[in-house]
Structure formats: structure tokens, C-alpha cells
Design a protein around this ligand. Sequence first.
Ligand code: 5GP
Length: 177
Amino acid sequence: MDTIQINDKRFKVSITEDRILREVKRVADQINRDYEGQEPVFLAVLNGSFIFASDLLRAISLPCEISFVKLASYQGVSTTGKIRELIGLNVDITGRPVIVVEDIVDTGLTMAHLLETLRAQRPGSLEVCTLLMKPDKLEVALDVKYCCLQIPNDFIVGYGLDYDGKGRNTRDIYTLA
Ligand code: 5GP
């Protein structure tokens, strides 16, 4: 399917499944090398990262744990700037190597807030692994160590990301047409 319709909006394919999986594997290999001898805790940020997290984790060969947290600041197609509370962190991350798994870093406000919350628990190390990043939209200084793909400032859906709750179940990534 080259284009999909979700509610009032039409989207066209911009990143194919092949390309996504290649980049996910590249980043997983990098993490496997960087964390050799360690047991990282992956914290996947729901809902958008659920497909990315499942592909990433299956390419990780280290002994590791994954936990799912929730923190959202997005509605429709524009950032509201509203930061919500972190919920669901049910592992003790004190002293442990933590990798936050996110679908997309846009302004970076969500991630900056999340990192601040997590740092208060004194993890041994704390890094970000994101599927996508819109570097031109970044509003805060953020060190993103692992990034699969950088994209322009367009609204995208698919491979876990939604538009008004829909479109998460596609294999490719689509951009607003
Ligand atoms: P930030 O705080 O970095 O501006 O926003 C991050 C969150 O906004 C992401 O976790 C994601 O849920 C949402 N987001 C940002 N850009 C997009 C986009 O292009 N498409 C979708 N579906 N969500 C986005």
C-alpha cells in the first residue's frame, strides 16, 4: 500500500519496513557492543514504541530486562507542550545501566522531562535509543546516543506511531501527504 487514509488525512509511504529493520539491527548491534559484560534495563515508552521495542529487543544478544512506562505530551498532529507524569516504572533502576526506548524525539521536551525523572532514581548510566528523530525541531539540549533514522519535520504514522489512535499497525512508516 503506497498510501493510507486515516480519518481526514492521507499518508504516503516514506520509510519501508526493510529500511526500518536494517537500521534497528544496526543500532542493536551497536548496543550489543557498547554494553558487553553488562545487563541493561530497557525502558520502553508506551504506546508508540511497542513495535520498535519488540524488534530491537529481539536483536539484542545481551542478558537484559525490559519494562514499559508511559508518559505522553502529544495530541493530534501538534505538540501541546503539556507534560504528563511517568507511570508504570516497576523495576529498581538504581545503579543499573538504563536505556530508554522511544518512538520519536520531536521537540525533545518529553524525553528531557523523562530523563530528569529517571535521574532522580540514580541509574548507573542512562542513554536514549530512539527509532526516529526530527533534529530540526529539537528545542532542548539532548544527548541521544542511539538513533535509527533522522527525518524532516513532517508528521508520520505507522510501525507503532498513531494519528488520533489509529495507524499503529502498519509495517512501513507513512508521512502526511
Ligand atoms: P516531543 O516531546 O519530543 O515533542 O514529542 C515526543 C512525542 O510526540 C513522541 O513520543 C510521539 O508520541 C509524539 N510525536 C512527535 N512527532 C510525531 C509524529 O510525527 N507522529 C506521531 N504519530 N507522533 C509524534
